[in-house]
Ligand binder design. Sequence first.
Ligand SMILES: Cc1cc2nc3c(=O)[nH]c(=O)nc-3n(C[C@H](O)[C@H](O)[C@H](O)COP(=O)(O)OP(=O)(O)OC[C@H]3O[C@@H](n4cnc5c(N)ncnc54)[C@H](O)[C@@H]3O)c2cc1C
Length: 271
Amino acid sequence: MNKRQPAVKHRHGTLLASNLRLLYNLFTYRIAVMDRDPMPRLLQRGTPIVPTAKVSTVKFLSEGVFELVLERDGVGFRPGDCVAISNSDGVSRPYSVSSSIDEPYLRFVIRRMPGGAVSEWLAVRAPGDEVEISLPFGWFRPGQSGEPGDPSVLVATGTGIAPFLSALRSFPDFSPVLCLYGVRCLADAVGLDYLRGRCPLKLCVSREEAPPHHHGRITDLLNEIPRNEETNYYLCGLDAMINGVSEWLEHRGVHFTHIHREVFFNAREDQ
Ligand SMILES: Cc1cc2nc3c(=O)[nH]c(=O)nc-3n(C[C@H](O)[C@H](O)[C@H](O)COP(=O)(O)OP(=O)(O)OC[C@H]3O[C@@H](n4cnc5c(N)ncnc54)[C@H](O)[C@@H]3O)c2cc1C
């Protein structure tokens, strides 16, 4: 009998064999995909479920804001993704990746919160320290909604600029029509020259005068936001800003599916 011909009396065995082959094919396909997309490599046998990353640098950009740089070690992510980083007590907080998908590092822009369980701990890490991280995750996708080439408006407060930096650094063709960026002090503004080179930028500084920048909040400049049906609006940072800007846009006819939000801190829950 032709060995390739399935024998009726061994139907179950043959089915089992073909199922096993299917599983094997799926498995090898998965391994092939894993080799191309480095992120799932972390899930391969022998790798701890909770991966760790080595600190490359911690650099203070101003008194209260620092850049944490971790060795990437093959971790894959999409611009807009966060990584949950844990302190030595296992307390974790999400932080948005600010680096490009092409860099060998994972960079984060972090505000040091006085008394903060994780940000204070991260602020005093040294090169070579290991930190526990989650795999990158998220649903906020700056510049990745709608049709390619649809206009985008970016609105950020404080470290909420991080996912926008990641998108701009990752996608050279991404050209937002406006970036509205609010900070407390001029020194807290991250990547100003880079942002200016990539898109029209309006900086709002709320707690000091810093001409020629606007002295006040983002919500003072809402009339400068271009509005049309194709535009996608990406809002990131504090809930008060995000709610204010969303309401303003919706009242002016912007459909809610074009308003994308990433809330870093919910002041209302904290009251
Ligand atoms: C999806 C997501 C992405 C995030 N990405 C970033 C990021 O890229 N960079 C970044 O700096 N943060 C980011 N955050 C906020 C971050 O996760 C932590 O909440 C923040 O670092 C404070 O954590 P902590 O443990 O230091 O302070 P906690 O111990 O949680 O809090 C200490 C005190 O500070 C208050 N507090 C905490 N955060 C704020 C705030 N922003 N404003 C005012 N008061 C506050 C708390 O209510 C508390 O009283 C993100 C949050 C989310 C949900």
